[in-house]
Ligand binder design. Structure first.
Ligand code: URA
Length: 177
């Protein structure tokens, strides 16, 4: 489609003080995303939590601290060299799952972020993010670690870091991170 913002700042300006869905009513900040506009790897979470809503930045709470450790200590990358965003840009009340209509309203903005960044790989965090991008039910325990495609970009789904925090196990190998 034409006339879509071709850089991230223009896209953020286009989204503006968004009231396209009801999540706008409960938010403090719209959490657009952050990181390198030329990132080779984009992480996509489900939606901002309380700390992200307060800060206006993605993955800054406890789950975010673990994600940062995974990126930096685990993968040997820098957080600022990847890009981190969410399916919905505004916090769902009480951290409920975003509704289908909210996902459909916000998804074009994620699609445009991906068109602009052109990453090599998308990593979705948790079941909801995988379902939202793949447009179908997703079994995270069974299907994580496999390659899928989103808009022609390779996509792999993994557990949400909040799930890892709730379910620490030897298998998850968090020691040393
Ligand atoms: N959980 C998410 O899915 N996204 C965030 O930005 C923070 C926590």
């Amino acid at each position: 489609e034409q006339n879509h913002p071709t850089d991230l700042d223009s896209l953020r300006a286009f989204i503006g003080d968004c009231k396209r869905c009801k999540l706008s009513q409960g938010r403090t900040h719209l959490v657009f995303g952050e990181g390198s506009p030329s990132a080779r790897l984009v992480f996509v979470g489900e939606g901002p939590g309380a700390e992200e809503d307060a800060a206006g930045r993605p993955f800054v709470g406890e789950a975010g601290k673990l994600l940062t450790k995974i990126i930096e200590s685990g993968m040997g990358l820098k957080r600022e060299d990847v890009y981190i965003c969410n399916v919905v840009k505004c916090r769902p009340p009480h951290n409920r799952d975003p509704e289908a209509e909210e996902v459909q309203t916000c998804l074009p903005f994620l699609e445009q972020q991906i068109r602009v960044i052109k990453p090599e790989v998308i990593c979705t965090l948790g079941r909801i993010a995988a379902q939202s991008l793949l447009g179908r039910e997703f079994k995270i325990t069974q299907e994580r670690g496999n390659w899928f495609s989103f808009m022609g970009t390779q996509l792999m789904a993994t557990f949400h870091p909040a799930y890892i925090l709730r379910n620490p196990s030897r298998e998850h190998q968090l020691k040393g991170l």
